[in-house]
Design a protein around this ligand. Sequence first.
Ligand code: HEC
Length: 143
Amino acid sequence: MLARSRLWLGVVAVGWTAGALALSPPAGAQDEEEKPYSITDGKVDQATYNGWRRYHASCHTCHGPDGLGSSYAPNLVDSLKTISYDEFAEVVINGRQNVNTGQQSVMPAFGEVMDVATYLDDIYAYLEARADGALGRGRPQKQ
Ligand code: HEC
């Protein structure tokens, strides 16, 4: 249990570094910014494809097919345009509960769900590709 939570702290720390680096290039250098996914001739890398699979196994029931949101949970294609990797990792691992609105909304914690936690970066890569407009709806083609 302790070892596992240390592991996740490590994941968040690495994500934090990656997020800080991603913020550093000036606007003009954006094309050279490293993306978490790679798409060649409309085909995605293995990690991004796996992210699509994992997303549709664990997240789409609330966040809708292709990340487009539902009446219950936010559109993640929009969310990932603004939130950083570490914010993403924090919410997915620890969950979040919004008790301020009349209607209670709960994002479950996935830190102990190995099918999600192990593949967090893949899910992130898939959603980033969707947020960047680099990947359309539906099942992506593999490279
Ligand atoms: C049981 C329904 C449910 C499932 C399953 C679920 N979520 Fe959520 N998620 C929510 C709700 C509801 C919120 C909004 C919480 C709030 O109001 O703060 C949310 C919020 C989020 C946010 C923050 C969005 C933002 O704009 O701040 C991220 C990122 C996220 N979820 C990712 C995921 C991922 C990735 C998965 C699959 C591993 C997943 N969620 C599975 C219900 C769910």
